[in-house]
Design a protein around this ligand. Sequence first.
Ligand code: HEM
Length: 271
Amino acid sequence: MEPLKSARKVDLQDSGSDLSEQIKAATQETHVRAENTDLMTSFQKGQITRTQYKVLLCSLYEIYTALEEALDRNSSHPAVAPIYFPQELDRTEALERDLEFFLGSQWRSKVIVPAATHRYAQRLREIGKVKPELLVAHAYTRYLGDLSGGQVLGKLAQKAMELEGKDGLAFFSFPGVSSANRFKQLYRSRMNSIELSEEQRREVLQEAVDAFNFNIQVFDDLQKMLSVTSESAEKPKGTSRSTPFPPPSSVQLTVGLCVGLLTVGIGLYNF
Ligand code: HEM
């Protein structure tokens, strides 16, 4: 099956003055790129493997922990309060349940994430501290995505991994949202009510493009990790568990990346 092509057709010039329309238009091109990453293509073809899914869950866990901590910390900030919906949207607990299902009760010691995930989470923590008005860009990118294409992806994942029932799929389920479409409308109107200067609005739009790019880099890094695993499948089993990637050293970036990939590869071999 061919990967689904984006059905979104929005021209930035016709996007009006609403933040929700402008952000959709600004991220249209990066959305298509995100859809066409290898990892998302596997999803759309119904070919996602358990290993791919498990490493994705690990990264999502780090990302949502950082996002939701930043949102909680700024819940009364004027640019965050209108789009603060922890009951309806929070994913951290759902991801914890899914990770426990796939990795067992000791899942915390098995979480493995690539450098791109650390960079994304670091950016979320940074803007949570210094520019909370940019959080709307990240919340939009993840939550509205989860409520849109994410719903189809959940069904495809269930089928591809032959999961019975809902175990392992809590991430895709939003029990506090009865209608995803109505909720998205509410969310957009709340986004549009945020007061931003022209400069801040430009920054939010740029941050949304960056948010998509962070996701693309995470997906690409995960695929790289997985390809190292399949390459190292011939090697004897070494370390039974790897720790998350250390941040790359500025001096030994290349060597560090190779060693990091190999370490994670060995860790994943036992995942
Ligand atoms: C297999 C990959 C994906 C597919 C098939 C997909 C598909 C879709 C579809 C069909 C919509 C609804 C479009 C509309 O209502 O106009 C949508 C919306 C959205 N998607 Fe995706 N998507 C994918 C990946 C992603 C990723 C990786 C992200 C971000 C990390 C993302 C973020 C969004 C956002 C933010 C929206 C809301 C757009 C808006 O209404 O403003 N999507 N997606």
